[in-house]
Ligand binder design. Sequence first.
Ligand code: HEC
Length: 132
Amino acid sequence: MKNINKAGCFALAITFSPFGASGAQAQEASAERGEKLANFHCARCHVMPGRSNMGIGSTPSFKIMVKSEAADWRDKFEAFYSLAPHPAFVTIKELRTERSGPAIAAPIVLSFREIDDLIAYVDKLAIEHRKP
Ligand code: HEC
């Protein structure tokens, strides 16, 4: 746990470094930040591992997705913002896309770096929940 906290402080130091954008880009993806993002944004609909949130109807849980035998589950996480139903409420900062379709849910705005953090988190989940 101590090491994780140290890593967190280090990441913060980089975020606020005078090197600005290039410093932020060099920053490694963080599963810890990804987990926070997922619990904040995705847990509104998806059931998250280790939490007792309810999720919405037919929305697949993150655990079921990372355990999926389908080889492309990770691609789907990388592109989830372009897969239904997400384009209706997810915007990527760098793409400056407009949300498409009716606003069926409160908007979520993410940067590519935050997507990388989410991927780091689901990679960690996959290691924890898949059989070797
Ligand atoms: C408003 C509800 C809602 C929110 C918020 C939401 N999702 Fe989803 N998501 C869904 C639904 C519903 C599906 C199932 C779509 C289907 O099966 O066609 C889904 C499916 C997915 C899939 C699988 C896509 C596929 O085509 O198989 C991924 C990956 C995913 N979501 C990632 C995320 C991530 C990451 C977040 C948070 C940043 C998130 N979702 C937030 C409703 C939501």
